[in-house]
Write a protein that binds this ligand. Structure first.
Ligand SMILES: [Zn+2]
Length: 120
């Protein structure tokens, strides 16, 4: 590691040290990460809300113990379920897409029906 002169990423103070160092002090490093987390928290809040709401809707429909349940798509639409908000997806060998919302998944069963699955 070479030692070079450079400026702190946060406060712009000049400092010297190992070439992979980007902050003058631990305090600047910590503050930088606090700001980064705050900016991220602010930006992702709306998406988180929609995903949390989607999960609540699925939980409400499924109840506590059911492993899977087929429902009319309208039931989800009436509850303002946002079909395009997912935590992931998986296409099985038969070409069926599992749309993940945390520990739940849903798939279109027919044009008007949705199968909701509780993931193990
Ligand atoms: Zn600094």
């Amino acid at each position: 590691m070479t030692t070079t002169k450079r400026r702190c990423r946060l406060c712009r103070s000049p400092f010297s040290g190992r070439s992979d160092k980007i902050f003058c002090t631990i305090a600047c490093k910590n503050e930088y990460h606090v700001r980064l987390r705050r900016a991220t928290a602010y930006t992702v809040r709306e998406t988180d809300k929609i995903l949390h709401r989607n999960r609540s809707i699925l939980l409400e429909i499924m109840g506590k113990n059911k492993k899977q349940k087929k429902v009319d798509r309208l039931i989800l639409e009436k509850k303002k379920f946002r079909f395009h908000y997912l935590t992931g997806f998986y296409v099985n060998s038969r070409g069926k897409t599992y749309h993940y919302v945390y520990d739940f998944a849903w798939m279109t069963f027919s044009d008007q029906e949705v199968l909701i699955i509780r993931r193990a």
